[in-house]
Ligand binder design. Structure first.
Ligand SMILES: [Zn+2]
Length: 267
């Protein structure tokens, strides 16, 4: 049983507060990292984090500091000291209504530059991953579908008893996102801008469904596909289906009757 809330909007809001009412924003406390961290080259004095998860964040950073022998140069060389954002009052990119876990003050990004979207496990060192997991955090590098290796969050995806109709709400990578700071607005690397938020949501869902179905029969690699690639594949499939149907009808009935039918019903 995890000490963290399940990764769905109701459980997160019950534990951390509702971002729509700015409740998490009023429960932030400063976490002072045990080693020097930098945000875009500037020294970071403190990280604002939700009071309920601040102790766990501090413990993970302490473990990392101890693991590397309290050696700042080592942490700098591995870029663990490159902080890329934590609390951020914003929605998940591409979602019209779902808050990012950064909006709960319960997620942190490290070294975004080398651990962007869809870079597999990125360059995140295993001892860092282990330190966060020991605190019960989830790591974005583990997500099915689009990975987000810069990202650690204090929530759980252990199965909980819930009505069947709600199961589809939790997407494989529903809360992963590119970055956690309002000042930086980088698009996820490698995927062209989507058509519109709602269309992106649809393709996200389609992608998660296809990836989920495929990984169920042993094709986990499909997880690397972007929404955009899934959209192209879907359109190609629909287009080919239409062409095949039309070809079949023409072969079966002959061209002339089809032309007559089209003239009568369509033109
Ligand atoms: Zn993040």
């Amino acid at each position: 049983m995890s000490r963290w809330p399940h990764d769905d909007p109701a459980s997160l809001a019950a534990f951390y507060g509702d971002p729509a009412k700015d409740e998490p924003g009023r429960q932030l406390v400063p976490v002072i990292p045990p080693f020097q961290m930098y945000y875009e080259g500037q020294p970071v004095k403190q990280i604002q984090f939700h009071r309920k998860a601040a102790g766990a964040l501090k413990a993970a950073l302490e473990e990392i500091w101890e693991h590397y022998g309290r050696d700042q140069a080592k942490l700098d060389a591995l870029r663990i000291s490159h902080y890329s954002g934590a609390y951020n009052h914003r929605l998940i990119r591409g979602s019209a209504d779902r808050w990012s876990n950064h909006a709960y003050g319960a997620a942190i990004d490290l070294d975004a530059e080398h651990n962007g979207f869809n870079t597999g496990h990125g360059t995140m060192p295993q001892p860092v991953i282990d330190a966060f997991k020991r605190q019960g955090a989830l790591w974005g590098g583990d997500y099915r579908g689009r990975t987000d290796p810069m990202h650690f969050e204090f929530c759980s995806r252990e199965p909980i008893a819930r009505p069947l109709a709600l199961v589809g709400d939790v997407q494989a990578d529903g809360d992963s996102d590119g970055q956690g700071d309002p000042d930086v607005d980088q698009a996820p690397q490698g995927s062209p801008p989507g058509p519109s938020p709602s269309a992106t949501g649809f393709f996200s869902r389609a992608r998660n469904w296809i990836v989920g179905a495929a990984s169920g029969v042993g094709f986990g690699g499909l997880g690397a596909l972007t929404d955009w690639q899934i959209a192209v594949a879907l359109f190609a499939f629909i287009f080919l289906s239409v062409v095949c149907t039309v070809t079949f009808v023409i072969c079966f009935f002959g061209a002339e009757p089809v032309r007559v039918w089209v003239r009568k019903h369509v033109a």
